[in-house]
Design a protein. Sequence first.
Length: 314
Amino acid sequence: MKHVFCFLFVALAAQAADLWLAVGYGGRRMISTDGKTWEITAEWAQPGKDDGNNLMSAVWAKGQFVVTGGGGGGATAAGHILVSKDGREWAETHKDKARINPIVFGADRFVVGTSSYPSGRLMWSTDAMKWNDGAKIAAKGYTHFRGGAFGNGVFVLTGNGGGIGGVSWAVVTPDGEKITHERNDLPGQGRIVFGGGHFVMMTGNNNVGLIRSKDGIEWTPVELPGEGKVSWLVNAGGSLIAGTNKTAYTSTDAVAWKTTEMSSKGNVIWSDGKRFIGSSWPGKMSFFNDGKSWENANELTANGINRVVKAETK
């Protein structure tokens, strides 16, 4: 009986260690320990807008959440880097006059992009507290960072020339201190993740195709079953999953994809392959765990959610 009790205690402790952070419009930060009940711990405005308060990217690394965002123009334009160990108490470690997005962790360091003219620039840090100026993009017109990921020893950051049109670009850096490749002829840009040995990116934000690359330099269209299109994309641990609210596709190598029977509620923005967290505008959260149906999260005041990350505490 003693051994059974110890096993149950350890199992319950492991479950209690789960901690998710969601960030979004208005500077919203909220946490959950079960994936479906959320507590708003901080925000600057409600409802928020696509302005200097908009938090757009988040990672968990080195025992802390690191969050970036911002935007807007004129006197209210801003960029932020925020850190927290528990999702409740926050410190701002860097503030800029322009949006900071994304935040990417790899090779034992953090790399961020700062949108600016005539092109953006990078910053890097080993602790998310002290930030160093990094490389500037050489070509003109690479102004607005939109996403990024780390894999195969490099950071790949992507973006466009502002708004919803113009060029779609990607830059490659091993460390944030130097840029080794730039290109601005991608078919589009959207959510980007690394998995199956590839960077995989949506070519837009809704009902679009996917492209893949091993190095961020050469990109290839992804062939989905039935010429499928997707509206969300996640790295779910051992697999990549992308889909719409009706159909989902999964792959372990980013090359061969198969259709799954899973449907989503809103866009899936986090998964470990078994549990799924979805969000629909303006910040309506949902949770999928039993393989059969989605559960609505608790009611929340309106503020759209851009990212969900999970603390790795074990």
